[in-house]
Design a protein around this ligand. Sequence first.
Ligand SMILES: [Zn+2]
Length: 393
Amino acid sequence: MTQRIYYTEPARRSFDAVVTAIVQHDGAPAVVLDRTAFYPTSGGQPFDTGRLGSTEVLNTIDEGERVLHVVRTPLIAGETVHGEIDWTRRFDHMQQHTGQHVLSAAFDRVLDNRTMSFHMGGESSTIDLAKEVSTADVERCVDEANRVVWEDRPVTIRFASPDEAARLPLRKEPVREGPLRLIEISDFDLSACGGTHVARTGEIGLIAVTATEKFRGGTRLTFVCGGRALRALRGYRDAVAGSVRSLSVLPHELPAAVEKIQAEGKQARKAIARLQSELAVHEAARLISVSPIVGGVHRAAHVADGWDAAGLKAIASSMTAQPGVAAALVGITSPIALVVARSSDVSLDANAVLQQLLKRFGGRGGGKPELAQGAGLVGDPQEIAAAARELLS
Ligand SMILES: [Zn+2]
């Protein structure tokens, strides 16, 4: 059984221990020690990394009775090794985890809204609250949590039997059997927890909620504490600074400025669409004027330069709105688009013509006898137009 130093001494960064066993974990060497300060993943808090003797600890795993240290290179059973925790990583976890206790307790005390689960990620952490919560209430609880942080209250560890624990006002009910480890934030919170925490709330620095969303009938809060809060602030600052520079507005004017740009973009797209359809009418007239008349029908097979599929369709529709037109328009953008259409008084199956061209030049498409569209043709647009001209005759 591994003695867990971090239970009683969460601030210990280094220790000496004896290697009691060498095992394999998913094909990697792992070490069991008689005692350890390395924290294994559990209760929402990720594992510690660091150094153990001559090697690196890559992962720490809780197996109940023992703690596994997955190492880069194996050690020797029976040897005494010196362990060093990666303190930057661990202290970050302690800030986030203790911050979570304070934040959860604030929601519990102010709104009677219980925390159902907690997860610590690489960049931010989440808690899932049992009930939905308004933005104003989130801010009230965040204010209350930070008040407790800035009062720099002691965070202490004590142990209790299940009977003793049953008589205590625990915010979080224990999930383990046997003696319980309780974390107490002076006059604010008492929870059963096996994780590592800072010694005073002031070490949390700051608690900031960065996002809220509805989740399983309650609310999921994303939050950052301490060093992560500073990093998040820097990230927001850089994003805002870049945006205000390119838009030449003040930070608080950004949302309105972005809305204005979006509205202008929508207007511009509408105007372009209108101009394109007007231009299509002129292009249709021009193409008809240069097409040969065979048997009283304008046989208009052309390459239409500079038009997308929607433009081709607009031109073809405009051409065939007049009587006596059979049209095949080939785009030049790759993959090549094609529209075949005819006026209502012309007896031609536009879809049959399209299918023959697709058979020869590839691509897909379909339509009706009066108008059919294809895309993905491969070949020289002039050659496709020439083949279409044959089929229109
Ligand atoms: Zn905890």
